[in-house]
Design a protein around this ligand. Structure first.
Ligand SMILES: [Zn+2]
Length: 265
């Protein structure tokens, strides 16, 4: 993991390559006021839209990408995957994503198109196929995770672009970690049902914690992604609320950070 000046962006070893632009943003380096301080990147929050636009522009500038080449996911806690093409360029880059129907995962083989999704405890998944030259981003909270968005994204990369799952590199980014992510009994039951053979729940006193990282890793492995090609950031947003927005740690009054990936033109 590399820290950049002002720690606005973090990058991860599994995706470090001259073909790629990728980053997970932190909450630092923006202009939003509390409780969105400072780098809130989501237009879905009741933050000043002008501040969010300025924050987005700062991130694009830091990554040396143009807003007109960014495409933002429409996030509804589903598992639909959208194949992003040239005609989508710029959608949701500097305002709410107008992509309909909304899709929580975006994939593309187009160079110089940058896929973006926003997070505050849900798990960012970033995908890269260095052979077919395909990238993807997915928004996997407990709902998306249990609906199988990780597997759906791998399947869509194969169908749309001929990706072989054994070639993929995947980052499981910062999210609510197994240390903190206490879930309601109906969520634990759904996790047990979706992943009966995997160790994704942990009893902590009278709480049941759901391990989003292990659940997504299990689904990726079952889809054919080699374990050695999956990196977990191991950053818990609830523990590390000083650096990342956390819906849980901040009782809902917070912003969103972003995961971004694209192939260089
Ligand atoms: Zn934690």
């Amino acid at each position: 993991m590399t820290e950049y000046p002002r720690a606005m962006l973090r990058r991860f070893a599994i995706l470090e390559h001259s073909d790629l632009v990728h980053a997970i943003t932190t909450r630092h380096g923006g202009v939003s006021q509390p409780p969105y301080a400072t780098l809130n990147l989501s237009f879905s929050r009741p933050d000043d839209p002008a501040a969010v636009r300025e924050n987005r522009q700062r991130v694009y500038a830091a990554l040396e990408i143009e807003a007109a080449r960014v495409v933002a996911a429409g996030q509804v806690h589903g598992s639909d995957v959208l194949v992003v093409r040239e005609q989508h360029a710029g959608l949701g880059a500097l305002g709410p994503s107008p992509i309909r129907p909304p899709a929580d995962a975006l994939i593309t083989d187009r160079p110089n198109l940058f896929l973006l999704a926003c997070f505050a405890d849900c798990t960012p998944l970033l995908f890269w196929d260095p052979v077919r030259r395909v990238v993807g981003v997915a928004h996997a909270g407990w709902q998306g995770t249990l609906k199988g968005i990780a597997a759906a994204t791998v399947a869509a990369m194969r169908t749309a672009f001929g990706s072989n799952p054994s070639d993929l590199r995947v980052l499981i980014g910062p999210s609510a970690g197994p240390c903190c992510y206490n879930v309601w009994p109906h969520v634990a039951a759904a996790a047990r049902q979706a992943l009966p053979h995997d160790d994704v729940l942990r009893q902590v006193g009278d709480q049941t914690h759901f391990d989003l990282w292990a659940a997504n890793r299990a689904m990726l492995r079952r889809s054919g992604v080699p374990d050695a090609q999956i990196e977990t950031s191991a950053i818990c947003t609830i523990c590390q609320v000083a650096d990342f927005f956390s819906h849980r740690a901040e009782q809902g009054a917070t912003g969103r950070f972003a995961a971004i990936i694209g192939l260089r033109g």
